[in-house]
Design a protein around this ligand. Structure first.
Ligand code: FES
Length: 342
């Protein structure tokens, strides 16, 4: 757990005046070993394989690459202040140990983004501390404001983002050759003072063209799909409404919410028998008819397309992901569509 030290408004204003000066001067101090500098001569990002980025990749893998501007899911600064927290993660085979930013609200997710901006003249970011006051420098520091006309202005960095890493290039003379190194520093879950210290530990600015790549974490709300479910008339059941998140499998989502899904009259395309195929896409007992919102669903693959070729509005729920491409909207579904045809 991290102790929380919310800065009062006056303190935030103080931060605003000091941070600009500090960031403007952040290249003047010598490197400290406290913030685990990483030096690389390759262009591979040093922040590409954290546990949370793996989580983010899995999230996007389920929902598909965004087909919409993800900024529509950004939160205003007060909501970010309310919802940032940190977790201590133990090492597993999938992830390294450490303290990472996390969303308090399970309907939000943490996105990871990179921006490259000019260094000379300062970053033009005003930071504020949400948690800190510990000896070890652990805390939460976020961007409170992007200064108009500053280097970060127009870059896409938003108030509420938290800087988790910075990478700069440094030229090293080796005899008659000049080699380029990338020097990175991690700033995830640091207090305000520790963040500034880490920023100042980076190599100094030597040219007006020097750039810094910032990796930031951003809280976003998960795209939601409002689903209206209609049971066949013979079931004599009222319509039901459920809310799903982008990336959810339609069959799994309905079954976990207690929706009666399997159509007893469905024509089976597997070897027959009782029950269903367990999401293999062969029994067709999970088929639904889609009214509104077909564009919110993942595209059909060949097998499903072949089986349902005469039914353009039907989908196998087990092979369907909702909110595909991180879309959101309304979906209307008729359950057990064969029973509607009787
Ligand atoms: S559960 Fe068998 S096709 Fe979906």
């Amino acid at each position: 757990m991290i102790s929380s030290r919310n800065k009062p408004l006056a303190a935030a204003a103080f931060v605003a005046t000091t941070i600009c000066g500090t960031i403007n001067a952040f290249s003047t101090r010598c490197a400290s070993s406290k913030y685990h500098h990483h030096i690389s001569t390759t262009s591979t990002s040093l922040f590409s394989s954290t546990a949370q980025e793996q989580e983010q990749q899995l999230f996007y893998a389920a929902a598909g690459s965004p087909s919409v501007d993800m900024n529509k899911y950004n939160l205003p600064l007060p909501s970010c202040i309310e919802n940032w927290t940190a977790v201590l993660q133990a090492e597993t085979s999938m992830q390294s140990a450490g303290i990472f930013l996390k969303a308090k609200d399970s309907e939000l997710f943490v996105d990871s983004l990179r921006f490259t901006i000019r260094r000379s003249g300062g970053l033009g970011l005003i930071l504020t501390e949400l948690a800190g006051g510990r000896e070890d420098g652990v805390g939460i520091t976020i961007i409170e404001e992007v200064v108009d006309g500053g280097n970060a202005d127009g870059s896409g960095i938003q108030p509420g983002d938290s800087i988790v890493g910075l990478t700069v290039k440094k030229s090293i003379s080796k005899g008659i050759n000049v080699e380029e190194e990338r020097v990175s520093v991690s700033t995830e879950c640091l207090s305000y003072d520790a963040t500034i210290e880490a920023l100042m530990s980076l190599p100094e600015v030597v040219s007006d063209d020097d750039e810094v790549t910032l990796t930031v974490k951003r809280l976003r709300r998960q795209p939601k799909i409002s689903v209206k479910l209609q049971y066949p008339p013979s079931d004599n059941l009222p319509d039901a409404s459920i809310e799903l998140f982008a990336g959810e499998n339609l069959r799994r989502a309905m079954l976990t919410r207690g929706i009666k899904l399997n159509d007893k009259f469905a024509e089976r395309f597997d070897s027959g028998g009782m029950g269903d195929c367990g999401a293999d896409g062969t029994c067709a007992t999970c088929v639904v008819s889609v009214g509104k919102g077909m564009d919110l669903l993942s595209p059909m693959k060949q097998q499903e397309e072949q089986i349902l070729k005469t039914k353009p509005r039907w989908r196998m729920a087990c092979k369907t992901v909702v909110g595909f491409g991180m879309t959101e909207g309304d979906l209307t579904i008729q359950l057990s569509p064969r029973q509607w045809e009787i």
